[in-house]
Design a protein around this ligand. Structure first.
Ligand SMILES: [Zn+2]
Length: 121
């Protein structure tokens, strides 16, 4: 595939999950709090603090966003920083929606608002 040199501009997903949370979706860049490496481009739906990342809301990197197609909870790996191996999140299923997610570990990450551009500027 070669190296990715072009910037991708993503659009927010608008579906039942987003509507369920009252709209108000936004893009977030998630970073490792230990080494500041970029972890994921994520779409958060609704207000409230970020406790988990649903797999179907992870846009980048592809090795993360592709996990939703091939994994169930028992085979989903822990989410670690690609650069320093810091543990960022552990797999879970959000039972209400039967939806695969990563439960974020407090203090292991920080977030910034994004306009959906990848890679982040
Ligand atoms: Zn790191």
């Amino acid at each position: 595939m070669g190296e990715q040199s072009e910037t991708i501009q993503y659009k927010l997903k608008k579906d039942g999950y987003a509507r369920e949370r009252g709209g108000g979706s936004e893009f977030l860049d998630i970073y490792c709090s230990f080494c500041q490496s970029h972890i994921a481009l994520y779409q958060k739906d609704g207000s409230g603090s970020l406790l988990r990342m649903y797999l179907d809301r992870i846009f980048e990197p592809k090795n993360l966003s592709n996990l939703q197609d091939s994994f169930n909870k028992s085979s989903l790996p822990n989410l670690r920083c690609f650069s320093c191996d810091n543990l960022i999140a552990v797999p879970m299923v959000y039972k209400l929606e039967n939806r695969l997610a990563f439960r974020l570990i407090r203090g292991s990450f920080f977030k910034r608002k994004s306009d959906g551009t990848y890679p982040p500027i």
